[in-house]
Design a protein around this ligand. Structure first.
Ligand code: DAT
Ligand code: MG
Length: 132
């Protein structure tokens, strides 16, 4: 069964959205294989967002993702990576459709509530990074 890595970001945790977001994944049919509340170090954040290092918003992105606890999960299910990305919605909440997590719970790209791995390969890398 395919696995993916999903992480409710600090704004989602602070707003008390863990239960509702977990519920969405459970209703969709995913199995939650592991879950943990954890803090990202600046170093971990830099590695996690290495593909965005050249962007002008990189510093703020690292500050944001390390600003409080995140709720990290390993989800299992059929085509888990792509199914989770579809449920999460487009990166910019303005483009994310109603019914998706970002479409329903976020307004701006800077704090878009949740992360989901973008490929099977990256899912395994991120699972290893955050769950060992
Ligand atoms: P995704 O999280 O949908 O995989 P990504 O990997 O391209 O998107 O970017 C990672 C995060 O970086 C994204 O969730 C929010 C932030 N981000 C992306 N583009 C941004 C922008 N133009 N301004 C501010 N933050 C941005
Ligand atoms: Mg991404």
């Amino acid at each position: 069964m395919e696995r993916t890595f999903v992480m409710i970001k600090p704004d989602g945790v602070a707003r008390g959205l863990i239960g509702r977001i977990v519920n969405r994944f459970e209703e969709k049919g995913f199995v939650i294989a592991q879950a943990q509340l954890l803090y990202l170090s600046a170093e971990q954040a830099g590695v996690h967002y290495a593909h965005l290092k050249s962007k002008p918003f990189f510093g703020e992105l690292v500050d944001y993702i390390t600003s409080g606890p995140v709720f990290a999960m390993i989800l299992e299910g059929h085509q888990a990576v792509q199914n989770a990305r579809t449920l999460i919605g487009f990166t910019n909440p303005i483009e994310a459709q109603a019914g998706t997590i970002r479409g329903d719970y976020a307004l701006i790209v800077d704090s878009n509530v949740i992360h989901g791995s973008d490929s099977v390969e990256n899912a395994e890398i991120e699972i290893k990074r955050f769950f060992g």
